[in-house]
Unconditional design. Sequence first.
Length: 361
Amino acid sequence: MRKLGSNFPSIRVIITTRPVGYQTTLLKKWRHYEILPLEEQQAQNNIELLICNLYKSDQEKLEKKRKFLKSELEKSKYSKAIIRSPLLMGLTVSLATQKISLGKTKVELYKNLFELIEGSPSNRQIDADIPPAVQDYFISYLGWQLIKHPTASLAVILENVSTQIKSELDYPKLKARSICDGCANYWEERGMIEKIHYSKGSLYTFIHKTFMEYAAGRYLASLSEDLLLEEISSLDYRPSVEEVLIFAGSLGVTDSIANILLNKHYENKNKSLDMLLEITVSAAHPPSKKIRDAAFQEAVNRVISLDKKDAYEYASKLVIACDNFPLEITKYTDQHINSNQYWTKLSCITFSLIAETGVVS
């Protein structure tokens, strides 16, 4: 691109790219712009624009789809993230056109999105001979490998995954590698992953980071507690790893992940409590009562603290948890209803109202 600019100084070149792997220093004399996320207040307009273009000539169907999607977004606890991402917004509109629920939680949303992408028709050449269970295992383990080795080359990642497939299926190495290549092609043609080429190398990436985190969470959720601990005990707890743990905890290994968050393997106590509360409200099978009690009691300690900002933050998390566990929370908060700290008093009254009526204004 530098040569092009030098050889043709009168032309104007516009390059669009994702931020992944992009280094501004390589084109430091060029002007660089970043497209900001979509504004939340414009979300409804953006969604309606998409739907209106799909049903221009059918007003009745347009109204039904618009009403359905609005209702689903109101029910979803993940709606704010959806409306800030053009990709997720487009995919959720696709779900709505098929009358598929977004789900109330992030896990339910991504489960439905995975099924949408996998089940969508394609004009491309896709190898369908590989069993779906193997395809799913491949994408899950690939997600975990990319979480562990985010900058590893395509060759290294595929070698790691084929070694795992060889071990799981007890196949010869060459056959395992052939299956991996077929799986990679399948998911690339489906649009779930893509190759990024840079310099003289290549690497795999998911179309959205959260898809990678969900896939990796599915892999962790399939492991025994010993293997799970072995896999994650040596990792740095970057934000992407934290999201994977939340997904894994919500997908079935709830108590195992909760125990990891509660013990010495996770040193950031503030973050571990946040993650534990999120898993508790989003998991199909929540943590045991003993673990929930520990999480709720610690969160209540924050609500009654002198730090008003921290108190309100954890009060908002407990309000969500109150939908499913009102009495487990109010047994710790009712005693503070007459607190001299107005933020504590207001929060505890709110919890009590939810427990009594099941709704909050």
